[in-house]
Ligand binder design. Structure first.
Ligand SMILES: Nc1ncnc2c1ncn2[C@@H]1O[C@H](COP(=O)(O)OP(=O)(O)OP(=O)(O)O)[C@@H](O)[C@H]1O
Ligand SMILES: [Mg+2]
Length: 309
């Protein structure tokens, strides 16, 4: 058995002149939770679409479960589940009927079909709204139903494109729990997200994409130490003041978003002392916090609107 459940080699995708994905290499290990991160238009959805066989690469090779997706797409799709970025549901009918239709597509028959629907209604806590037309459900319920549908065939590989976008904090937290349970039961999860806290909590490994290429890859914690440092100090500081304020202080990396300066340091003490010596902690809105994946995202993909996409 191959080590990677998904393997991309030199994969590119063009839409006319636009290069959506450029010479991408990626391996998703069996049994892991792998996250693809990146700004709007980075190529995340395009990459997922090629992996589940909905789009052909312009060049390069994609293997899922060790075989070329294009050789037998139906066999590959029988073993994976996909939740698209936009829900694909039949609006006029209930969650139960949506699940039933999708189950039949996967060739499930009664009584197994009924049992599986029951399990999924419980697993995603949909039971209270099981018979309400989908169009009358809130966005959160529709999202949970979409995820339930993608689990119908007990997939070995679950692909989730922005599973929790637009969900309230309690629902997100509950879904994270479900993803963890699936992973613990042996399902490989490949997801995209714009929430760095989500990626940090769920993913064993992430790849950060920008303009169709992977710009950083690794375990979240390792990425933070490799690209930045353990602690982040944030202060208000005009560019012209920076040199004088930080004279003699060692900084591993720095990022600026307008007047807000973020300093990444192994030990925040010297910066904090300097700001306090000058009695400027309040004026500069000093904040000390652990560096996180969001910092790595900004450091590797840029802090300005319109740099990518
Ligand atoms: N069917 C298509 N036809 C033409 N261009 C496309 C098509 N699909 C995607 N693109 C372009 O490819 C690029 C990558 O798009 P993609 O949807 O993969 O980005 P993404 O990383 O998923 O972004 P988001 O975070 O906004 O979902 C974008 O520039 C997009 O406009
Ligand atoms: Mg997308």
């Amino acid at each position: 058995m191959a080590e990677a459940i998904v393997e991309l080699r030199g994969v590119s995708k063009r839409f006319r002149e636009r290069r959506a994905v450029v010479d991408l290499d990626l391996e998703v290990p069996y049994g892991s939770c792998f996250g693809i991160l990146g700004p709007n238009g980075a190529g995340k959805t395009t990459t997922l679409r090629m992996i589940y066989g909905a789009a052909d690469p312009t060049s390069g090779e994609i293997r899922v479960f060790g075989t070329d997706v294009r050789v037998d797409p139906r066999a590959v799709r029988a073993r994976l589940g996909v939740t698209l970025q936009d829900n694909v549901l039949i609006e006029e009918i209930s969650p139960v009927d949506n699940l039933r239709i999708f189950g039949r597509y996967h060739l499930l028959r009664e009584p197994e079909l009924g049992r599986r629907i029951d399990e999924l209604l419980d697993f995603l806590e949909l039971r209270s709204h099981a018979d309400v037309p989908v169009e009358a459900l809130s966005g959160g319920f529709q999202r949970r139903l979409s995820i339930a549908m993608s689990l119908m065939n007990r997939p070995e590989l679950l692909i989730l494109d922005e599973p929790t976008t637009g969900l309230d904090p309690a629902v997100r937290l509950a879904l994270w729990g479900r993803v963890r349970e699936l992973r613990a039961a042996g399902t490989t999860v490949l997801l995209t997200t714009h929430y760095m806290d989500e990626a940090q909590r769920l993913c064993d490994e992430v790849a950060i994409m920008a303009e169709g290429r992977v710009v950083a890859r690794g375990a979240p914690r390792a990425l933070i130490t490799a690209h930045l440092a353990r602690e982040a100090v944030e202060i208000d500081c005009a560019p012209a003041e920076e040199v004088a304020l930080l004279d003699g202080i060692e900084v591993a990396a720095r990022l600026r978003v307008d007047a807000r300066l973020m300093l990444y340091v192994h030990d925040a003490t010297s910066v904090v002392e300097r700001v306090h010596e000058r009695d400027e902690a309040e004026a500069r809105a000093l904040v000390v916090r652990p560096a996180d994946l969001e910092d790595v995202f900004l450091a590797t993909t840029g802090t300005r609107l319109g740099e990518t996409g």
